[in-house]
Design a protein around this ligand. Sequence first.
Ligand SMILES: [Mn+2]
Length: 357
Amino acid sequence: MTASERLAEVLRIGQNTAAVVADPSNMFYLTDGYSGEGLVFLSRNRKVIVTDFRYTEQAEKQAPGFQVEMTDKDRKAEKVIAELAKQDGITCIKTETNYLSVDDFEKLKAALGEEISCTSLDLAVQKIRQIKTPAEVMKIRKACQITADAFRAILPKIREGMTEKELQIELDFTMLKLGADTVAFDTIIAAGEHGSLPHAIPGNRPIRSGEMITMDFGAKVGNYCADMTRTVSLGNPSEEMRRMYDTVLRAQTMCEDALAAGKNCFDIDKLARDYIDARGYKGRFGHGLGHAVGIDIHEEPRLSTTCHDTLQAGIVITVEPGVYVPGVGGVRIEDTCLVKENGCEILTDADKQLIIL
Ligand SMILES: [Mn+2]
């Protein structure tokens, strides 16, 4: 079954309903490869990409099963959608109210007129995207392998005096050389006390001996992301940092051991949180334990205090506890994991014992 057929089933797209999708990640998923701009229209009897001159040829190549409709200044996208809907006898359009701007939503409603209602897709595409197909897992697996290989390759290059920025450039370059199409997100490098910032921006701060370095990075392959974090030490770390490292590592492996289909997202997060709190770091792990990964770097579900979803086999999700102490530093360890019936497979297969360079 193709992704667009799955959507039709989920939405119970009948004779009178059509879906209009604008989120680029959802368009890519439903068309199985279109990476340009525009809209996707799906009704019971047709699949259409609505776009402008810049992308029409690309759309025909990337999504051969789709009809391509070109927009221009006199025939805007909302007008094309209205034409298609009327031709197909559609009375209800479901669209991405979470993604479209208020202006675009109002324009679409105005073009559709009184006879065609316009309601929310309710994240139906995102929900289908949660369970990865074997073809999707293959791409994520490849992205994760490149990420883990890049980590191993970078270790001998880390030197005292090197800046965070230099390390970031070297790491990104290594991922690209190893076969990444691009990077999945801006690489985070945080050394020393800078490590207490979970989303630190790499700067011109030289790395000094005795400091821990947190590296959060991922390759992107075939439009699918990897996400991995490792914290290493340049020279011997302080006792305080060592204890922080041991705490995070224990929390991380404990959660990976517990990860499996049927488990509740909240409960996995709680395992890490309770352990970290009990070790004296209450309030120092201020973000969720993990997030699903796929076409987007952050997808649903989340391992967090607010997500009560039940994990299912085929979900790819990160496990990334951290401890952050301002003025001292921070530690985060993260893997991308594939949820299976009786456990999980760690896709970012790189060493997690404390590495002292
Ligand atoms: Mn992450």
